[in-house]
Design a protein around this ligand. Structure first.
Ligand SMILES: Nc1ncnc2c1ncn2[C@@H]1O[C@H](COP(=O)(O)OP(=O)(O)OP(=O)(O)O)[C@@H](O)[C@H]1O
Ligand SMILES: [Mg+2]
Length: 276
């Protein structure tokens, strides 16, 4: 029996940043695959290299070593023109939609942009597609005439999701898309993302510092510490039975409603911090 080819296969990926004359390796020999229609959760503390991996996949930082095969195309070292051709298929949702949405353009203009770039399409059809996409993310059609400042944080993140998905990509890098939102709004936006992921058959790389946020949406989880993968497995297994003390500490950092459990977690966190 043939095993299905993954949509994305990252092998021995290392990434460097140059600080003055010094080269610092911030991602080291990272390996993972993402199957079509599946979600990989990438978690780790601040500075562990999560966004750097996302940025490498988007072509925003070069890979120092290793390979990133996307549906038969090598992303490492891909030229600008070939990268541009892939931009419809690979999209991104960032934490802060305010800095990623153009505040001088209407929502309708911003959403239509990816379609204008990649397809010949009539004005009427553009408007239809924009309205349909707004509806899918739970916003009224009139939102097309308004500007980013006229929306709440949660609504703006819905707009960023609409912009990423309107061109029907295959793969979306979600870099802490709900981290700036209130807890109740976080849940709404996560549910929306999960729903759209299923209905559009998307593959996601879902980056978060909070393991409990990515738990439900992820098929697999990768735990990153100082640029190195310390744990990798099915999401429920990693969540229910973490093998690495660092994964346990990350779990302990998520708020829990039970005070006894909270105290236990705090103690474990302190023990780990003093063992560093
Ligand atoms: N442009 C840059 N130049 C030099 N070093 C950088 C640059 N961007 C990030 N770094 C460093 O690379 C490491 C990884 O950063 P990265 O942003 O990938 O972490 P992260 O896991 O996304 O953290 P956070 O949860 O805070 O977003 C950090 O040590 C960071 O200081
Ligand atoms: Mg980051």
């Amino acid at each position: 029996m043939n095993t299905p080819q993954p949509l994305l296969e990252v092998s021995d990926l290392s990434i460097d940043y140059v600080n003055g004359r010094r080269k610092v390796r911030v991602v080291k020999d990272v390996n993972f695959t993402i199957q079509r229609g599946q979600t990989l959760g990438l978690v780790g503390e601040s500075g562990s290299g999560k966004s750097t991996i996302g940025r490498a996949l988007l072509g925003l930082v070069p890979a120092a070593e290793g390979s990133m095969m996307f549906d038969g195309t090598q992303l490492a070292g891909l030229g600008r023109k070939n990268r541009q051709q892939l931009s419809r298929r690979i999209q991104v949702i960032f934490q802060d939609p305010y800095s990623s949405l153009d505040i001088t353009k209407t929502i309708g203009y911003t959403l239509a942009e990816p379609l204008r770039q990649h397809t010949k399409i009539s004005k009427a059809e553009l408007e239809e597609r924009v309205k349909a996409m707004l509806e899918r993310v739970g916003l009224p059609p009139e939102a097309a005439e308004r500007y980013p400042a006229q929306f709440s944080g949660g609504q703006r993140q819905r707009i960023a999701i609409a912009r990423a998905l309107i061109g029907e990509p295959d793969f979306v890098v979600c870099d802490e898309p709900v981290s700036a939102l209130d807890l109740s709004i976080q849940a709404e936006v996560m549910n929306l993302l999960a729903k759209l992921q299923r209905s559009m058959g998307l593959s996601l790389l879902f980056i978060s510092h909070d393991l409990s946020v990515v738990r439900h949406i992820s098929d697999e989880l990768v735990v990153l510490r100082r640029g190195v993968i310390v744990e990798h497995g099915p999401a429920e297994t990693v969540y229910a039975n973490p093998q690495h003390e660092y994964t346990r500490a990350l779990l302990d950092a998520s708020p829990v409603p039970n005070p006894e459990e909270q105290a236990l977690r705090r103690a474990r966190r302190q023990a780990l911090a003093s063992a560093k």
